[in-house]
Design a protein around this ligand. Sequence first.
Ligand code: GRF
Length: 224
Amino acid sequence: MSLSLAVLVSGGGSNLQAIIDAIEDGRLDASIKLVLSNKVDAYGLTRAANHGLPTAVLQHGDYDSREAFDAAMISTIRDHGADVIILAGFMRILTPGFIREFAPNILNTHPALLPSFAGAHGARDAVDYGVRISGCTIHFVNEIMDNGPVIIQAAVPALPGEDPGDLAKRILRYEHRIFPQAIQWLAEGRLSIDGRHVHVQDAEAIPAASTPGALVCPALDEGF
Ligand code: GRF
């Protein structure tokens, strides 16, 4: 079933771009009905405009409460005919009311291997902790931040002494691969949720993946 997406962004929108590219290449059966930002200067809005996609800006500072802001987002999203929510670098915590409105069709990308390093600074926190492997996670969203059932993860090595921004950039490349993949699985009706577990029905392994839902990036000595 072709999905009607609202993509929510707060910044650069490179994940949005990866989703646009996947749709335009025919790898993702979806249409973007709305790109919604809480920041007027988010570059994601420019990316959307470059592809003729509808955009809206709702600034949370203009609302008295989180509930009022989220109610405005719900009606804007509904007005544009979207019913699947893609959180692509959207840096606002959503209210339970927003999540109930669209659940389970809300997907988020997080730049760490959840449940490690939840929160706004996943890559930086992983570097500070000194992990050897980090990565990214695409998950369904529930009412607890960065907690919903995992759909797919990619493992990315963290280099000793690496600048957190460099690790974040390398992780981002893998977000761009696994996020469109997860959305396509949703479009194909292959995802079912059983408690904390997401079953991916008949998933063919994506390149370099040995298991549906797990992507291990090439080893460093293979030219990564
Ligand atoms: C991504 O790493 C995402 O996981 C995090 O913020 C970044 C957004 O990047 N929450 P972009 O705006 O998609 O380029």
